[in-house]
Design a protein around this ligand. Structure first.
Ligand code: IPE
Ligand code: IPE
Ligand code: MG
Length: 260
C-alpha cells in the first residue's frame, strides 16, 4: 500500500504557502551574554529578556501572527547553577502576574507547554490562572515552552498513545503521523512556519523536534534582550523570500498546486 501523505488529512501539517507566517517559534537566547557584556549579573539579562518579549508580543499582534511559541526554559536548563534556576522560576511567577492582565486586554491567549510537575505549586497555580483567564482570547496565541524538551514531548505522546492502545481505544494500524502530531504539544495549532534563534548559535537545543520538520530556520547574532520589532521584521522579510517546497520541485510550484 502506498504510504499516505499526512498532508492529505492533517490540518496541522498542511503547507502554509502564504507569504505571511502564521506561527513563529523563537529560541530567546543570549540573555547571559547580554548581561556579561554590560558587567551585570546574568539575572539582569533575564529581566531584560522579559521586556524584549513584551515588545515582540506587541509586534506579533500588529502582524496578526496566529501563534507565537517561545522557549523560556528547556528541560536541560535545570543543569544551570541553582541560584540562576531559582531566579528564573521567581521571574516566571512575577512576570506572569505583572503581565497577564495586559496580555488579556490585548486579546492574547497565553498557554504553556512542557512538564510542569517539577515546578512549585505557586508557579503551577500562576500558569493555570493565566491559562484560564485568557483561554478564550482570539488575537494571538502566546505559547510559553517551560521545562519543555522536544524529546520529552515525543516520549509523552508515545506514552499517551500506548495507553490508548492498551485500553483498546486505538488500533495499532490506526497509529500514523496524524495521530502522533495531534498528541504532541501544539497539536491543535498549525506547525511553525518560521523559527528564529537569537544569540548566534545554530542549533535547535531540543526544541520542537517533530513540529519543525518543515519550518524555515532563521538565525541571528542579535542577543535576545536587544531583539526588537525591526529585527522581527527582518526575520519575517527573510521568511517571505523563501520558497517552501515541501518536497516538490520549484517548477511544480510555479505552475501552482500545493493546497492552501
Ligand atoms: C536564554 O539566554 C535564556 C534561558 C535559557 C533561560 P541564556 O541564559 O542562555 O543566555 P546565554 O546563552 O548564556 O548568553
Ligand atoms: C535554549 O537556550 C533554551 C532557551 C532559550 C530557554 P540554551 O542557551 O539553554 O541552549 P544551549 O544549552 O546553549 O544549547
Ligand atoms: Mg544560551
Amino acid at each position: 500500500m502506498p504510504r499516505q501523505d499526512p498532508r492529505d488529512t492533517d490540518m496541522n501539517s498542511q503547507p502554509n504557502n502564504r507569504a505571511e507566517p502564521r506561527h513563529i517559534a523563537i529560541i530567546m537566547d543570549g540573555n547571559g551574554r547580554w548581561a556579561s557584556r554590560r558587567h551585570l549579573p546574568r539575572a539582569a539579562g533575564h529581566k531584560a529578556g522579559v521586556q524584549a518579549l513584551r515588545g515582540i508580543v506587541e509586534h506579533a499582534l500588529t502582524h496578526r501572527i496566529e501563534v507565537l511559541t517561545v522557549y523560556a526554559f528547556s528541560s536541560e536548563n535545570w543543569r544551570r547553577p541553582e541560584e540562576e534556576v531559582r531566579f528564573l522560576m521567581d521571574l516566571f511567577i512575577t512576570s506572569l502576574k505583572e503581565q497577564v492582565q495586559e496580555l488579556h486586554q490585548h486579546g492574547v491567549a497565553v498557554s504553556f507547554i512542557g512538564d510542569h510537575q517539577a515546578f512549585s505549586k505557586k508557579l503551577q497555580q500562576a500558569i493555570t490562572e493565566a491559562e484560564s483567564l485568557t483561554g478564550n482570547n482570539q488575537a494571538l496565541n502566546l505559547v510559553v515552552a517551560a521545562n519543555y524538551g522536544g524529546r520529552w514531548d515525543i516520549t509523552n505522546a508515545c506514552r499517551k498513545l500506548a495507553a490508548r492502545v492498551a485500553a483498546g481505544k486505538l488500533e495499532i494500524q490506526e497509529l500514523d503521523e496524524v495521530q502522533v502530531g495531534r498528541t504532541l504539544s501544539l497539536g491543535h495549532f498549525p506547525e511553525p512556519d518560521l523559527f528564529i534563534r537569537t544569540g548566534g548559535e545554530r542549533r535547535i537545543s531540543n526544541y520542537l523536534l517533530w513540529q519543525m520538520a518543515y519550518t524555515e530556520l532563521y538565525f541571528t547574532e542579535v542577543l535576545w534582550p536587544d531583539f526588537n520589532h525591526q529585527d522581527l521584521d527582518i526575520a519575517i522579510n527573510w521568511y517571505r523570500e523563501r520558497q517552501r517546497r515541501f518536497g516538490q520541485t520549484s517548477e511544480q510550484l510555479t505552475v501552482s498546486t500545493v493546497p492552501d
